[in-house]
Design a binder for this molecule. Structure first.
Ligand SMILES: Nc1ncnc2c1ncn2[C@@H]1O[C@H](COP(=O)(O)OP(=O)(O)O)[C@@H](O)[C@H]1O
Ligand SMILES: [Mg+2]
Length: 387
């Protein structure tokens, strides 16, 4: 495939932001490394796993897939990978692709994201392939595709995310068939072809999310249906996640044609987030909040009682981790912002210890031992000690 390799070489030096810790070392002399790719699968996966919790099966498969790609043995006349992420809302489908982009490029926005909910009408297919000759915009070949991000570089794959697929018009979706098959999309103007052969293509869909929620909340009709599913001998020994999987895959078959579904390398049904996973997501969110308030000389430490409260408040099968984020905003960020602005005039280098007191979250400001070095008093470690 001289076409792609020449093109990729030319693209090689295109600027992409890098995070220093994700910088890959050159192979040592005598190394038998023959792959053109310059990203480290272990490092990439460590980064993605530090951001996405509770989706082990998908993460495991993503890792396997990255190893195949890295070894540069995939067919060269189709995209590197085409995957579909299904499941409830707010469980990490979009975020996983962003985390992958951050791990590879040091920037979660280095991917080409097409929000399919903006392409609800038939003629919007032209937003992807450009306007036909003679129409406004045809000369410019205006398309939603960001070619640099799609094609990536010689040493890194491009990433494309078609988000919330089920909202797009069928015509728009079927305009993607060729891309999934041979990695090429001819622009309607006729003079340009977008190349997806060095691209990881991800599509997400919340298909069936509403029904999933009905099952989670267990109306009588749905509880019976679920019960019947478990009674079927072929389903003996299977769990709720298997039920969810079967249900979503059936929905998928109803909504899309087999020729579309068969073009995916992998189809994943993401899991509901359990309370334990929510705890991990909470800790990660507090960690990044701590990072953001560092500039004010502040730190935040949650006691186990406060943690428990937030996990219970933030648990919701309908909205997944989005609900947790809302709970953090309401119960932590809003009062914290008030505390910080009060302290702006005076002492700012403090650690806020948050605990439950009289059924409410209570913020106690404690002075930092050494505001200059930013050292935190021993009580404000990351261990969660119950009161
Ligand atoms: N499994 C998860 N691990 C960590 N964070 C998550 C997870 N699921 C959701 N989140 C958080 O919730 C928010 C919404 O998740 P998102 O991936 O956009 O949901 P969806 O599955 O609907 O695409 C994200 O900002 C992300 O930080
Ligand atoms: Mg999403």
């Amino acid at each position: 495939m001289s076409f792609i390799t020449t093109k990729l070489k030319a693209l090689n030096e295109r600027q992409h932001q890098h995070t220093p810790e994700l910088e890959i070392k050159e192979p040592s002399e005598g190394s038998r490394l023959v792959t053109r790719f310059r990203f480290d699968v272990d490092q990439v996966m460590r980064h993605v796993r530090s951001k996405i919790f509770g989706q082990e099966e998908t993460l495991h498969r993503l890792e396997e897939m990255l190893r195949i790609i890295w070894s540069d043995i995939t067919e060269s006349d189709r995209p590197l990978y085409v995957a579909l992420f299904l499941g409830p809302t707010g469980v990490g489908k979009t975020e996983m692709v962003r985390a992958l982009s951050e791990a590879i490029y040091g920037n979660p926005e280095a991917l080409c994201r097409i929000d399919m909910n903006t392409l609800t009408q038939e003629h919007y297919a032209a937003s992807l392939t450009g306007a036909p000759p003679g129409y406004i915009g045809s000369k410019e070949g205006a398309s939603l595709f960001q070619i640099e991000k799609i094609e990536g570089s010689y040493s890194k794959p491009g990433i494309v995310l078609f988000d919330e697929l089920e909202k797009a018009n069928d015509q728009v979706i079927y305009s993607l068939l060729n891309v999934m098959d041979n990695g090429l999309m001819a622009m309607t103007s006729g003079d340009k072809v977008i190349n997806f052969r060095n691209t990881l293509i991800f599509m997400t869909s919340n298909l069936g999310a509403r029904e999933i929620m009905d099952y989670a909340h267990g109306s009588l009709k749905n509880s019976l249906r679920k019960l019947l599913w478990f009674f079927r001998p072929s389903n003996w020994g299977r769990n709720e996640q298997d039920f969810l999987r079967d249900f979503v895959l059936k929905k998928l078959e109803k909504r899309f044609s087999p020729e579309f579904i068969n073009r995916f390398d992998d189809i994943f049904v993401f899991q509901w987030l359990h309370q334990e996973v929510l705890g991990q997501i909470l800790d990660r969110n507090i960690q990044s909040l701590n990072h953001r308030i560092q500039k004010h000389g502040c730190q935040l430490h949650l006691k186990e009682s406060a943690r428990k409260f937030l996990i219970e408040e933030g648990f919701n099968k309908q909205y997944g981790a989005r609900f947790l984020k809302r709970a953090i905003r309401r119960h932590i960020e809003i009062p914290l912002a008030a505390q910080i602005s009060q302290r702006m005039q005076g002492e700012v280098s403090v650690v806020f210890i948050v605990r439950m007191q009289d059924g409410k979250l209570h913020f106690a400001a404690e002075k930092k031992e050494n505001p200059i070095s930013g050292k935190i008093p021993s009580e404000a470690t990351n261990e969660f000690i119950d009161l």
